[in-house]
Every structure is written in structure tokens, then in C-alpha cells.
Design a protein around this ligand. Structure first.
Ligand code: ADP
Ligand code: MG
Length: 243
């Protein structure tokens, strides 16, 4: 239901994604691990055209596009079927928590303002922030801001949630509440591709773990296999450092 073939992205001379092939089934939760600078964020960003790939075919649900030549409307079709959780939350500073969640429903999905705000209220209740509906990001803790970021992605009801290091910008005291919310999203079998440095979390929630290095998927498999008996020396070296 998500399929990527030959996904390639270069920044100048630097080949950051080197022909990535990846299939993700509906309801599958895939964690991406690997050293920094290895193309993990670029992979996620390319899947919703925050970056324009140089080559590759992307299928999300019922839409298939040639990534390098996709028209604006094809890119929108892919974007509508994905949602994104950013490392730094990427909330609108001048919008309330409610409007941060409602905005994309209006602009990307074409909902009416009233519908979008009702959905946002529902989501805020689900994520335990009903009383923060009128709060601006600056009045929220880092953990609350990222929960709004996750709520915004939940509201979209997308085919796949793309989640890029959701806790790495957080003070340690806020990490748990964010992981707990993501665990709930994972337990609901939301299809997800999540880049994370939280190895225990990846182990808990992922059906499959991908190890990336140098713009390629070096090794992948069930978490109990990747974390306990990795085959590739690069995976072993990485895990020795982070575990
Ligand atoms: P990761 O998320 O695994 O740390 P990234 O996908 O952020 O890695 O980056 C992979 C490589 O691409 C790095 O060498 C980075 O410097 C480079 N890169 C990322 N974004 C850009 C950009 N907008 N312009 C030029 N180089 C970039
Ligand atoms: Mg990154």
C-alpha cells in the first residue's frame, strides 16, 4: 500500500538516497535507524515531496507517481495520503493548538473551517489537551507541543504517518508522554514509518526495523532479529554505539 522503487535524491554531488526500494503493508509499523547524515530524514521528506526526488516511483494507496516528474497535483495527491510529525514540531507560532490541528484539514484536505475545528477538538480530547485548545505553542511545554504535532498528523487520518525523530528535540522530562502517545497511535495499527533514536521504543512498537547507512537500506527485519543478531558489520557497529 506504500511502495517505493528506486528512490534517489542528490544534493549536488552528494547522493543522499541511493535507489531505495521499500514496501510497507497497511497497518505495518516500520522503524528506521542509522547514523546521522545517512538519509533518514531525506527519505521521509521525499515521500511527501518536502524534497523533490531525482528518481523513483512512489505509490501511496491508490496513487502512483513518478517522483522526479510528478506534477503539482500529483504531489498534492501523495501529500494528502501522508501525514508528517517533525522533529522540531513545526507548529504555527501564531495559531492556537486547535487551529494548528485544523489548518491542514482546511488547506490540504479542503474541509470547512467548522468541520476542521470540530475534528481538532475531538483530537485534542483524545491526546489529553482539550483544555489547551486556545493556547499558542509558546504557552505549551515541549512535550505538549509535540503532542499537538502528533495530533495534527492523527487528524489527517492518512494512509501513512511519517515521523522524524519525534523526541530528539525534547528535554528528557517530556520524552515519555510523547512516546506514550505514539505507542497508542502504533497500537491502533496506524501505518507508520518512524525514524527514531529510541531503540527500546523501536523494539516495542515496530513490526520491522530498517537500518540505513550511506543512503541505502543495509539490513532489515523483525526487531528481535535486528537488535539481537544483526548480520551486517555496519549494523553491529551502530548498535554497539547506541545500545
Ligand atoms: P539523517 O536524517 O539520516 O541524519 P539527512 O537525510 O538529514 O540525514 O541528511 C543526509 C545528507 O543529506 C547529509 O549529508 C546532509 O548534509 C544532506 N542534506 C540534507 N538536506 C540537505 C539540503 N537541503 N541541502 C543539501 N544537503 C542536504
Ligand atoms: Mg534526520
Amino acid at each position: 500500500m506504500i511502495s517505493v522503487k528506486g528512490l534517489t535524491k542528490r544534493f549536488g554531488e552528494n547522493t543522499v538516497l541511493d535507489g531505495i526500494d521499500l514496501d510497507i503493508a497497511t497497518g505495518e509499523r516500520v522503524a528506521v535507524i542509522g547514523p546521522s547524515g545517512t538519509g533518514k530524514s531525506t527519505l521521509l521528506r521525499s515521500l511527501n515531496f518536502l524534497e523533490k526526488p531525482d528518481a523513483g516511483i512512489i505509490t501511496v494507496g491508490d496513487v502512483t507517481v513518478d517522483a522526479s516528474t510528478a506534477s503539482a497535483s500529483e504531489q498534492r495527491a501523495v501529500r494528502r495520503r501522508t501525514s508528517f510529525v517533525f522533529q522540531n514540531y513545526a507548529l504555527f507560532a501564531n495559531k492556537t493548538a486547535r487551529d494548528n490541528i485544523a489548518e491542514g484539514l482546511i488547506t490540504v484536505r479542503g474541509w470547512s473551517r467548522a468541520q476542521a475545528q470540530a475534528r481538532a477538538e475531538e483530537i485534542l480530547a483524545t491526546i489529553g489537551l482539550a483544555e489547551k485548545a486556545e493556547s499558542y505553542p509558546a504557552a505549551l511545554s515541549g512535550g505538549q507541543q509535540q503532542r499537538v504535532g502528533i495530533g495534527r498528523a492523527m487528524a489527517a487520518d492518512a494512509e501513512i504517518m511519517l515521523i522524524d525523530e519525534p523526541t530528539s528535540a525534547l528535554d528528557p522530562e517530556w520524552v515519555d508522554e510523547v512516546l506514550q502517545l505514539l505507542k497508542r497511535v502504533a497500537d491502533a495499527r496506524q501505518t507508520m514509518l518512524i525514524v527514531t533514536h529510541e531503540m527500546q521504543f523501536a523494539r516495542d512498537i515496530a513490526d520491522r526495523v530498517l537500518f540505513m547507512d550511506g543512503g541505502r537500506i543495509v539490513e532489515q527485519g523483525a526487531p528481535e532479529v535486528i537488535f539481537t543478531e544483526p548480520k551486517d558489520p555496519r549494523t553491529r557497529a551502530f548498535l554497539r554505539k547506541v545500545l
